[in-house]
Design a protein. Structure first.
Length: 199
């Protein structure tokens, strides 16, 4: 589990409640600070790499195996200080990164411009005059950038169609393409923008 305080928490699946009943609060399994919220929950596979990013638009690549926490207190990976908080996590696939801000400006830049670290604040991924980062995604050149809107329709742009949004890390970017979700996220999965939309 990745939380807004920049910490990863490891939950033992065997200790989670069974299918019957109403489930239990996640705070019973991890010492999650009161002001911290959940960014994403996923199954640990090992061997993958994650791109983690904060509201300020700073981030870096971290190996999944470096995110395993040994205690209930979790493991600090992305260093953030209020009002900045961890905002997005994406599995690293491919050679390009797309970042979108609260201002609906999108930027596409090479993944090689983002360092791999085990802990820290990271580097600036995208620059903002107002607001902050909304979401990030890593993708393969040959597959292009894809997303799903609120109605469940899939959109995909090739590298050629993304020419207007391509730049370097820390650029401001340009307004998102037509059809991009109002939630400002690449995925409509729970924990990827939905909770933030309602906050």
């Amino acid at each position: 589990m990745f939380a807004t305080n920049g910490r990863f928490y490891t939950l033992d699946a065997a200790k989670l409640p069974g299918g019957r009943g109403h489930g239990e609060p996640i705070r019973l399994f991890a010492d999650l600070e009161q002001e911290a919220d959940v960014v994403a929950v996923f199954r640990h596979q090992g061997g993958r790499k994650f791109l983690v990013a904060s509201t300020e638009g700073r981030g870096f690549v971290v190996p999944e195996d470096e995110c395993l926490a040994n205690t209930r207190k979790g493991k600090q990976v992305l260093n953030v200080a209020m009002p900045d908080e961890a905002r997005a996590i994406a599995v690293v696939e491919g050679e390009l990164v797309a970042a979108i801000g609260d201002n609906r400006k999108m930027l596409v830049f090479p993944l090689e411009q983002v360092p791999e670290m085990t802990r820290g604040r990271g580097v600036r991924l995208q620059r903002y005059k107002d607001g902050g980062l909304s979401d990030v995604k890593a993708f393969k050149v040959e597959e292009g950038l894809s997303w799903t809107d609120a109605a469940g329709r899939a959109f995909s742009l090739t590298l050629k169609e993304l020419a207007d949004w391509r730049g370097n890390r820390a650029d401001a970017g340009r307004l998102a393409p037509k059809g991009f979700p109002r939630s400002n996220t690449f995925s409509q999965l729970p924990g990827n923008g939905k909770a933030r939309e309602e906050r």
